[in-house]
Design a protein around this ligand. Sequence first.
Ligand code: MG
Length: 386
Amino acid sequence: MDRRRFIKAGVLGALSAVASPALQALPAVTTSVSAGGGSVVGHAGRGLSMRFFPYELQLRHAFNLARYSRTTTPDVQVEITVDGITGCGEASMPPYLGESVESVSKFLSGLDLGQFNDPFRIEEIHEYMDSVAPGNNAAKAAVDIALHDLTGKIMGQPWHKIWGLDPAKAPCTSFTIGIDRPEIVREKVAEAAPYKVLKVKMGLDNDKELVEIIRECRPDVPICVDANQGWTDRGKALDMCHLLAERGCLFVEQPMAKENVDDAAWLTERSPLPIIADEAVKRLGDVASLKGVYDGINIKLMKSCGMHEAYQMATLARAMGMKVMLGCMTETSCGISAAAQLSPLAEYADLDGNLLISNDRFDGVKIIDGRITLDPARPGIGAVLV
Ligand code: MG
């Protein structure tokens, strides 16, 4: 086994040997390429150097969706450094996306970013990452976010300014209310008082009851509905869309299984509310085929492999007359602030993932009067370690 493979094998062996909670205690791993071309650990070579480590996110409330429930989210934090400047990124891996601390660590360990001297060559680095392995979207997003943070810091500007976006056009973010017992739902709605839009997760048998509880507590608040593929009958889904429209809802996200393209197109044609794709769209290549099937797309950095492709997806969707929503996983303010840089391009935003955890490592984008408020003085992704 050559030295490079030996080091990688050692790193992966160490990662796979430790159970999830203990992963937080693992030392950070650095991979880079020395001037001589050999891969070394813990040494910043002449090119980009990367460090990453697992960081388990603790949820304030158990998160209940139509298909599962959980109290933590696995996450990997990434730092990329060049010439003494460091950019931060992260990969958040809710289990249904199929990535894990182990898969992300394996993918990142296999990257040779030391071959790149220029962090601005983001397109080329994405092509390289896609050539290393397909999938691994969250792992690729972590690298992409760190590169955007790094290049923004080098330029001394935040990415919304680099993209030429007006921060005054950033929308309000919704605050998510998961499926739960009525008393917990009331508690969560009270907690969500500062937010001007609520998002409610549906897809079980108490959908109507959930809307009525929220309406009791907040008679006028706009409500976004996310069924997370939980509805199975398109006729009943249409009835529900009519009921939700009467109850002041704004749109319905992923009402039925992502594979049900014909049912989605049928519902979109008839629904009084916009129908937004979430599970049915991941990357840029998915967007064009969804025109006519959904009214809009929910872009998330962990699906789109980061900010580079998310910007292209938003631009394409708008050009095709589709609505743009920005969503997130449970993430620290690193990932959320990165997504927020794009928010002036979105009609709807659901960037509350950092508000749902109790161990945020970053101070980032602020929600003021319910609205995403970008700080033009903070370069890169606009988040700093606390
Ligand atoms: Mg969704």
